[in-house]
Design a protein around this ligand. Structure first.
Ligand SMILES: *Cc1c(COP(=O)(O)O)cnc(C)c1O
Length: 398
């Protein structure tokens, strides 16, 4: 018989009643250390007092008015994002896929508005993940997400990661934009080297193409800068964000330079819920903390500490872990054993992690994780690896 919730997720056995910082607690009092952060969403952990206050205070005033009217906190959040980035204008929405849909539509409209209606193709990269709507599964190009959903939305071309020859061969008069994650999240924490991002910027400029960065996972401090592109010193024309900006409240946004944003004239694009007062209150509260002096520097410091300890684990457990991956606190371990088995074993030790492609486990704690919590997580990783090694020895003996 069908379950009340549709069977499209393989959920763990855990259910949580509440959260406290980096910890989640089940109804029967089991405490679990959350190094998954709701898939890089809870940047300030659970039940952060400043976010709780922002949301509850707003909840007493007004929840939703639609985009038929002004939302002063939306204007305020947009201005803060503009001041902190390359962008000149911001569109709010509700999720990462929706932000990418907005970015894709904007790139196409940009060229159409200049009389180039046929210039709509977008180059993306193999292993990319841009969401689960019809257009964003076409953008990601992964067979496992496309299969069974009818014809793939036209206009997306994938190239292998780092293959400049294939990329340049693909670009034609109909290429509108290039879309990339500065660090592939779901794809297995593969970093795009700085010189590659600079090359892509230059390539786009030479061909009059737009550069779109998908910072849905890398954004809002995850890599130790507010946005990952800052490390490379190259800015996109359009950027999608989501996950971290709401700290757990559904919120996404498209950031863009003026010439791109200007094509979204009244009526061209929209969303009912996007930028509603509840989401805006939380988004502003997230920025209050993430942009406070010293916060991002501390993320950088902690990520170095964590990476050193992870490298030690790889040395100690070569039959379990293969390599440290990632940037900032978008950290992970490429595994030798299947990453699903490692994830399940870690759950037994009360550590939550998130599997990714390329047999990687993501260790993506709240950005306000403490040094002590990092130590606890490393201890749990060590214990789980020992347990798995015992199983391996037993398996070999049988
Ligand atoms: C999670 C993610 C998305 C999709 O976001 P949703 O909110 O699930 O729609 C898109 N791009 C990247 C890089 C992501 O990590």
């Amino acid at each position: 018989m069908i379950t009340p919730l549709m069977p499209n997720y393989a959920r763990s056995e855990l259910a949580f009643e509440r959260g406290e910082g980096c910890w989640l607690v089940t109804a029967d009092g089991r405490r679990v250390l959350d190094f998954g952060a709701g898939i890089a969403v809870n940047v300030l952990g659970h039940a952060h007092p400043h976010l709780v206050e922002a949301l509850t205070e707003q909840a007493k005033k007004v929840w939703h008015v639609s985009n038929l009217h002004n939302v002063p906190d939306a204007e305020r959040l947009a201005k803060r994002l503009i001041d902190a980035t390359f962008a000149d204008s911001v569109l709010f929405c509700n999720s990462g896929a929706e932000a990418n849909e907005g970015a894709i539509k904007m790139a196409r409209k940009f060229h159409a508005s200049r009389g180039e209606e046929n210039r709509y193709r977008i180059v993306t990269f193999e292993g990319a993940f841009h969401g689960r709507t019809l257009a964003t599964i076409a953008a990601g190009g992964q067979k496992k997400y496309l299969e069974g959903f009818g014809p793939k939305v036209e206009g997306f071309d994938q190239v292998p990661f780092g293959d400049r020859k294939a990329l340049e061969a693909l670009i034609g008069a109909d290429t509108a934009a290039l879309m990339i994650e500065p660090v592939q999240g779901e794809g297995g924490l593969r970093e795009v080297p700085t010189e590659e991002l600079r090359y892509l910027r230059d390539l786009c400029d030479r061909h009059g193409m737009l550069l779109i960065f998908d910072e849905v996972q890398t954004g809002v401090g995850r890599t130790g800068k507010l946005f990952a592109y800052e490390w490379a010193g190259v800015a996109p024309d359009i950027m999608s964000i989501a996950k971290g900006i709401g700290g757990g409240f559904p919120l996404g946004a498209v950031l863009a330079v003026e010439k791109c944003a200007a094509v979204f004239t009244p009526g061209t694009h929209g969303t009912t819920f996007g930028g509603n007062p509840l989401a805006m209150a939380v988004g502003n509260a997230v920025l209050d903390v993430v942009l406070a002096p010293g916060f991002l520097e501390d993320v950088q410091r902690k990520s170095l500490l964590f990476k050193q300890k992870l490298a030690g684990l790889v040395d100690q457990h070569p039959k379990v872990f293969d390599q440290v991956r990632g940037a900032g606190l978008l950290t992970g371990l490429k595994c030798v054993l299947p990453n699903g088995d490692v994830t399940a074993e870690l759950r037994k030790e009360n550590l939550l992690v998130v599997p990714a492609g390329d047999n990687v486990i993501r260790l993506i704690p709240p950005l306000n994780v403490s040094d002590a919590e990092i130590d606890i997580a490393v201890g749990m990783l060590d214990k789980a690896a020992r347990n798995l090694e015992v199983t391996l020895v037993r398996g070999a003996a049988e």
